[in-house]
Design a protein around this ligand. Structure first.
Ligand code: PMT
Length: 398
């Protein structure tokens, strides 16, 4: 089945590249429908994009004729992926604010498909704190940003702001021949688990779910059918991601076991409690004793069980360490028989728990790569690229 791409074209000089983008998306097997902003029509005609996509180009939210064909909600549901190229500073601001003041921004709100932006603007506009704040808000929401590139701009100045070339965008999306995750199921665990002591208390940890949710968003944006088994988290699931909420390690184990069978990749980002109270009290524990003893028993090792499946998915673990990061992570990679492990320091000033930023040391049999401290959505993008690269090597040479 071909990937259905809704291409949103913003009003910037790079809009001329949309014609090439439509053509090359088609070449890679995608079905493309185009939506333009009012400003985009000053740079390229709808007729050009209609001829290349084979479908009427939409630009008016209030056009009764067009809405009578495929209305905007149906169009939003139709898309497997919404790609906005070029995304101008104004368009990014409207998307970040959640406005629905034209067809394209309305579709971006109405769709559950992953949203990917290829920004293009003058480098001062790109560097402006307002644009950077909008960028951060979009990334926080799981929107994937491709580029912009450095170089000479249409205005004659140099700097970051040039839209990526159509080929670079398609490569980043891994579409067509290089589309390893399109149609692949990926299961990600995220967040903490809660292990009940009694009906009102539990043992848990500081995981917020940020790292796992960001990774789920990055992989969904690369075409994966994404299932996110998540412990308690205040975050909303990224667009296009199916969330299965769980509380305890035993619930997480059951949710994973029920779904991992037909998954191509399994990624364990969750901070699963290693132990749980042996016998949670049926009623609230009273404070009538000066001391109480808790007996804890081992929880099942979910990651270890998945890694032992035969045949099993490409399995990526995480390692949360407070010391000797590489040695401990390497031991986990080997003893659990993983295909890859992403290790982070936790507990200190720069620890990965709860914070908006993280750094990872990624290890696999025969290789390693350090991903420097950066916001978790950006780090997740870099890790997703690495996972796709290693997964491809694994499927070519299992
Ligand atoms: O959620 P955030 O606030 O963004 O924080 C992110 C994070 C620090 C939680 C994340 O980056 C991370 O390190 N996750 C793994 C935490 C962890 O439990 O690490 P571990 O070294 O104890 O476990 C090793 C691996 O085994 C992990 O992939 C874990 O998911 C898995 N595991 C552990 C125990 C268990 N019973 N079952 C498991 O599957």
């Amino acid at each position: 089945m071909s990937l259905k791409v809704l291409l949103g074209v913003g009003g910037g000089i790079a809009a001329y590249k949309a014609a090439e983008l439509v053509r090359r998306l088609g070449e890679r097997g995608a079905e493309v429908r185009v939506v333009m902003t009012a400003a985009a029509r000053s740079f390229i005609t709808p007729l050009t994009l209609q001829a290349l996509s084979g479908h009427e180009v939409r630009y008016d939210l209030l056009d009764p004729g067009a809405e009578a064909g495929m209305d905007h909600i149906t169009l939003a549901r139709w898309a497997d992926l919404v790609l906005v190229a070029p995304a101008t500073a104004d368009l990014m601001a409207r998307l970040a604010a959640g406005l629905a003041d034209d067809l394209l921004t309305t579709l971006a709100l109405a769709t559950t498909a992953p949203l990917v932006l290829a920004p293009a603007m003058n480098h001062h506009m790109w560097r402006h704190p307002a644009t950077q704040r909008n960028l951060a808000r979009l990334r926080e929401r799981g929107v994937r940003i491709l580029g912009p590139a450095q170089g000479e701009q249409a205005c004659g100045e140099q700097g970051p702001g040039r839209m990526l070339e159509p080929g670079e965008i398609l490569d980043a999306l891994a579409l067509g021949t290089g589309s390893p995750l399109a149609g692949r199921r990926v299961l990600v665990t995220a967040g903490p688990t809660r292990e009940a002591l009694d009906p009102v208390r539990y043992i848990s940890n500081h995981s917020s779910g940020r790292m796992g949710y960001a990774l789920a968003g990055s992989l969904a944006a690369r075409g994966a059918e994404l299932i996110l088994v998540s412990g308690p988290s205040a975050l909303d699931p990224p667009p296009g991601v199916e969330r299965i909420p769980v509380e305890s390690a035993l619930e997480m184990e059951a949710a994973v076991k029920a779904r991992v069978g037909n998954c191509a990749l399994f990624i364990a980002t969750a901070a699963v409690a290693d132990y749980r109270p042996q016998a949670p009290a049926a009623e609230k524990i009273k404070k009538n004793q000066t001391e109480i003893t808790l007996r804890l028993v081992r929880n099942p090792d979910i990651l270890g069980q998945v890694a032992a499946l035969e045949p099993g998915p490409f399995t990526v673990g995480f390692a949360a360490e407070t010391e000797e990061l590489e040695a401990h992570a390497l031991a986990k990679l080997r003893t659990k028989g993983l295909d890859m492990i992403a290790a982070n320091l936790v507990g200190g000033e720069t620890g990965g728990f709860e914070r908006a930023e993280n750094a990872l040391l990624v290890l696999w049999p025969g290789g390693r790569k350090a991903l420097p401290l950066s916001p978790k959505p950006r780090l997740a993008d870099a890790l997703a690229d690495l996972i796709v690269e290693r997964y491809l090597a694994y499927t070519r040479c299992p």
